[in-house]
Design a protein around this ligand. Structure first.
Ligand code: F6P
Length: 352
């Protein structure tokens, strides 16, 4: 069997661990398997940049951050609507390389392209990667828990300095559309206020919650998703929202919130943006286990010739979903999710 493997979209911890699990398991089934490591995601498939990787090279990368294959973003809409020739190149290169299977590790955009290629007759198997945890049909994506761990540690560290100075500290957590990472890290670190894109906030309510925390303990911690928005911004498109913020001199929700709190309460307020630190470094033990399970499961799918699917974690078990079913759907945080309920029960404000 000849298998092409690529990692696409924003990276995260665990990509190497999944590839290790996959290659170890598939080699056990087919010792003669050939692994073609495709460089920089779909970009490498478009330009036919790959190298034959000996299975041994995947042996020691369980804990290694990033991806040994490199990655890139190839936006789906652009590919399908304006760069269709690149799609044709991918199909042609798949055939020229003589691949039996294409294994793609990626997030939402990657899965849309994977579903499309599968529909065009390529044998594709997906694996759900992203710190955003927003891929439809899987309880968790790999990389998510590692990012939760980093974001939580950032907020924990920020808390001690907030306490020393009696300040309001706002930590901007990654997640443009879905607030899973902010929700988990916010709860794990005991944040007073958690703001996520799925629950538009009222700045008055946020200020009130900060005031209460200040009165009670003299400092306040706010976890804000980068895609958080206030009630007036919610009906706007992303472009309109950014334009409105730019006109007001603040480009992010965090800075707008910080300004409002400082002006209305006269409390020193700081914004901390951990950014790509949340994607860097190796996977936490939870992800190492999940990656190994998912990689091994993908090998089983390849060996059994089950294509057009992506691996998923459902109710504690590993299974798979049809690419066509999940592509293009986003797993948002349901506003009535039990975690939100629990957080509210212990007094966390969502700015509502
Ligand atoms: O999709 C993962 C993610 O880390 C998002 O949370 C974030 O908004 C985005 O990627 C950042 O992308 P880039 O690495 O291109 O700056």
């Amino acid at each position: 069997m000849r298998i092409g493997i690529l990692t696409s979209g924003g990276d995260c911890a665990g990509l190497n661990a999944v590839m290790r699990g996959f290659v170890k398991a598939i080699t056990a089934v087919d010792p003669k398997v050939e692994i073609y490591g495709i460089k920089d995601g779909y970009g490498g498939l478009i330009s036919r940049e790959y190298r034959v990787i000996e299975p041994g090279e995947f042996a020691d990368i369980l804990k290694l951050g990033g991806t040994i294959l490199g990655t890139s973003r190839q936006p789906y809409k652009k590919l399908i609507f304006t760069e269709r020739d690149k799609v044709e190149q991918m199909k042609e290169n798949y055939r020229k390389m003589g691949l039996d299977v294409l294994v793609v590790l990626g997030g939402q955009g990657t899965h849309k392209t994977a579903a499309f290629l599968s529909g065009e007759g390529l044998n594709v198997i997906g694996l759900p990667k992203t710190i955003d945890n927003d891929i439809w049909g899987t309880d968790f994506t790999f990389g998510f828990h590692s990012a939760v761990s980093v974001a939580t540690e950032c907020i924990d560290r920020v808390q001690t300095t907030a306490e020393s100075h009696g300040r309001v500290m706002i930590v901007e957590v990654m997640g443009n559309k879905a607030g899973w990472l902010t929700l988990y890290a916010g709860i794990a670190s005991g944040a007073d206020v958690i703001l996520i894109p799925e629950i538009p906030y009222s700045i008055d309510k946020v200020v009130k919650a900060v005031e209460r925390a200040e009165e009670r303990k003299g400092f306040c911690i706010i976890a804000v998703a980068e895609g958080a928005m206030d009630e007036s911004e919610a009906p706007l498109t992303k472009k309109e929202r950014f334009q409105k913020r730019a006109e007001q001199g603040e480009t992010t929700a965090s800075n707008r919130i910080a300004k409002a709190i400082a002006e209305r309460l006269g409390v020193e307020t700081r914004v901390v943006v951990p950014g790509h630190i949340q994607r860097g470094g190796g996977p936490v033990p939870y992800d190492r286990v999940l990656c190994t399970q998912m990689g091994a499961y993908a090998a089983r799918l390849a060996a059994e010739g089950r294509f057009g699917v992506t691996v998923a974690l459902v109710g504690g078990g590993i299974t798979c979903n049809s690419l066509a079913d999940i592509a293009g759907k986003t797993k948002f945080v349901p506003p009535r999710h039990e975690l939100i309920r629990a957080a509210k029960d212990i007094g966390v404000s969502f700015g509502e």
